[in-house]
Design a protein. Structure first.
Length: 323
């Protein structure tokens, strides 16, 4: 009952947030938290539940971003029509890349995903049709509602809130399905899961493809909100590191862990950038590195697991003193 009460409070606050904090900066900040929560939740499927720590997930983010902007820049269509193309491209790339790389484990898999992401970034940077280093731009002014080009961050906030709800619903459904049980067994011990008949390779590949599809949607939404994409903003390795840290900080393998991580890390980054201006670019890497060290040393399960554990200990203590 307590869990449902807290969930209701969080949902009510999320819906009322733009009405309570109505300044443009606060609305933009809320929209960015939800956007990165979508990307981190998508990563959580393969990195949190399956235990396959991908550091090159930005390649799927870039698929969605370039597909959305390419639909407008190359074909004159609404960027919205690029989302299905980005999903197909991301899922196909995940299937091609996943077959050999998912046979690796631990840091070998992570290094392989970094290599794939950096290769794709270099290819895009040297491809004139994709805008090369300059990138692609979307509509400068909204032509119609399907362009999803708004002057205020408020429409983006509620759009991202709806997409995040769908992403969390898909993740919840997956975790309570046979696929979710397989993934948790594989994460604990792949050898033991295989011995019990779990199709480890196929299940990890399906999780990787689902994660890629949802990540591409996040990339498309990012490109439509900012109106452009280039190799650094769409395929930069720092994006992968950021969504990985968000999931780990909040609690990888937990449904709302990525949302908690995004709610902490995005405001921290935006406020520090606002204070330091353009002088704090290198500080971002220092902060990310420090967070990784702190999580690995003191709380590998993330903040949400710590809160859950403390809440359960209080309940158990209270029950022990019951008359």
């Amino acid at each position: 009952m307590r869990r449902w009460i807290w969930l209701s409070v969080v949902v009510a606050f999320a819906i009322a947030y733009p009405l309570l904090l109505s300044s443009p900066f606060q609305q933009r900040l809320g929209a960015l938290v939800l956007l990165y929560a979508i990307a981190a939740s998508a990563w959580n499927i393969v990195g949190g539940y399956a235990g396959q720590v991908s550091v090159g997930h930005v390649v799927f983010f870039g698929c969605g971003a370039y597909a959305a902007m390419g639909a407008y820049a190359k074909f004159g269509l609404s960027p919205l029509f690029g989302i299905p193309g980005g999903i197909v491209l991301a899922v196909g790339l995940a299937a091609i890349v996943g077959v050999p790389t998912l046979r690796l484990s631990g840091h070998y898999f992570s290094m392989a995903t970094i290599a794939v992401a950096e290769t794709m970034r270099l290819i895009v940077t040297n491809t004139e049709w994709l805008g090369a280093a300059v990138g692609l731009s979307g509509p400068t002014v909204p032509r119609n509602i399907f362009d999803l080009s708004f002057l205020s961050a408020l429409p983006y906030y509620y759009l991202f809130l709806a997409i995040l709800s769908i992403t969390l619903a898909i993740t919840w459904w997956m975790t309570n399905s046979r696929m979710g049980f397989y993934l948790r067994a594989i994460k604990d011990s792949e050898r033991a899961a295989r011995s019990l008949g779990a199709p480890a390779s196929r299940t990890k590949l399906y999780a990787y493809m689902l994660s890629a599809a949802l990540t591409s949607v996040a990339g498309a939404l990012y490109a439509m909100m900012f109106g452009f994409v280039d190799p650094e903003s769409g395929l930069g390795i720092l994006i992968s590191v950021k969504i990985l840290i968000m999931a780990a900080l909040g609690g990888a393998g937990l449904l709302f862990g990525p949302l908690v991580g995004a709610a902490i890390l995005v405001p921290l980054e935006e406020i520090s950038n606002s204070w330091l201006g353009g002088k704090g670019a290198g500080l971002t890497f220092v902060v990310y590195g420090a967070i990784i060290v702190l999580i690995a040393r003191f709380q590998p399960g993330g903040l949400l697991s710590l809160l859950t554990r403390r809440s359960r200990s209080k309940v158990d203590t209270g029950a022990g003193y019951a008359p």
